[in-house]
Design a protein around this ligand. Sequence first.
Ligand code: NAP
Length: 308
Amino acid sequence: MEKKIHDIMIIGGGGAGLTAALYSSRANLSTILFEKLVPGGQIASTDLVENYPGFVEGVLGPEIAQKMEDQAVRYGTQVICEEVKKLRLKGDNFEAVTDASVYAARAVILAMGASYRTLGVANEKEFTGKGVSYCATCDGAFFKGKKVIVVGGGDSALQEGLFLTRFAETVTVVHRRDALRASPILQERARNNPKMSFIWDTVVDKIEGNGKVEAVLLKNVKTKEVRLEDTEGVFIFVGHDPNSQLAKDFVTLDEKGYVVTNAAFAASLRGVFVAGEVRQGAVRQLVAACGEGCGAALAAQAYLDDHR
Ligand code: NAP
């Protein structure tokens, strides 16, 4: 049987990919979207999204993610819950290879997003799931009445730290500098929360415990002083790296691995468009990812019109 060649394949089901799918399928283009686990990418593990326009009281991350997917599916997007292991060129088309099958399309939108960074300190890997976590929404409830630390000084660290105060007795933010990167509104909330405190100019050198986290070895980067801090949870929010591995062999990446595009979301190879956090210069906000998904889908439509 001859393989179906779709118009557009979208790799990644976060805000960028789902919005691209909505626009592509609503333009009556045959659209497939690959997602690994659940819809939403990073928003799926976000408790409350407070800055997506139109939701005055905020909206739960998994809820808006599911709605975005339902909306794309309503207009004909086919969601394929398989991991794309390889992306390759086949003549003028693209092929996505999964463990189950090979899919083809005339244009591709890369929307693989970014993944959380790890600290790379001793025992971090061993204690992941045993006190070390990268998702407060997923694991916060296990820390009722306990002392936890949060590592990082950006929006994620403070937003997730504030979420953890619902459960934990204390939330101590350990930050490597003496100034936060997070937005002023989150800084103000964190500073005013009686359960939250800060340890400045400090990094985690090692995670200690017997089968589970019991303490962290902290090092002051200015004084070099080292001390042990008791804690049962270590929540790590130190930024993200782009998930661009699939694309690295055929489009240009910058030195940090983000995919380089022109102002119209086109990558260095014809027929390849990029949206969201995997793209160089992307604004890391859900609303921006959605806007980029729209832009990439419109650019892909124009490309397909020109190459009929
Ligand atoms: P981020 O803004 O890159 O912040 C990462 C934080 O981790 C920084 O404070 C950084 O320190 C620290 N860090 C990095 N590597 C470290 C290491 N090896 N050891 C210790 N600390 C380390 O990442 P993010 O907080 O995940 O945010 C990502 C993007 O999503 C941002 O654009 C953010 O605005 C957005 N976001 C927005 C919201 C919201 O609007 N409510 C919520 C979450 C995320 P330095 O400050 O010293 O570099």
